[in-house]
Design a protein. Structure first.
Length: 94
């Protein structure tokens, strides 16, 4: 995908150029790296601040989901399936 960004301040472009030369990367690659790092930080900060959902929002979400949930199994079968498929967690790396 191509993206055009307009009105970037001269001092910002100058800093990016300096970084790209220092790191021996093209200007384009340096901008991509800066964007990736910035997005990761923004997402991290967003989830760090909004880890909890209010009780009212949880209730509203469940009400909406309950209206759309279609399953031929009985409630007991569904509950058993949920418990049977729970895990202690998954290994992952970033």
């Amino acid at each position: 995908m191509n993206l055009t960004i307009r009105n970037i301040p001269d001092d910002v472009i100058s800093k990016i150029r300096t970084l790209s030369k220092t790191e021996r990367r093209s200007l384009n690659n340096e901008i991509l790296i800066i964007l990736e790092r910035g997005v990761e930080e923004e997402v991290h900060d967003l989830f760090k601040e909004k880890r909890t959902v209010s009780k009212n929002l949880q209730i509203e979400i469940w009400k909406r989901l309950a209206k759309e949930w279609k399953d031929d199994r009985s409630t007991d079968e569904i509950i058993k399936d949920i418990y049977d498929n729970r895990t202690l967690g998954r290994d992952f790396s970033l």
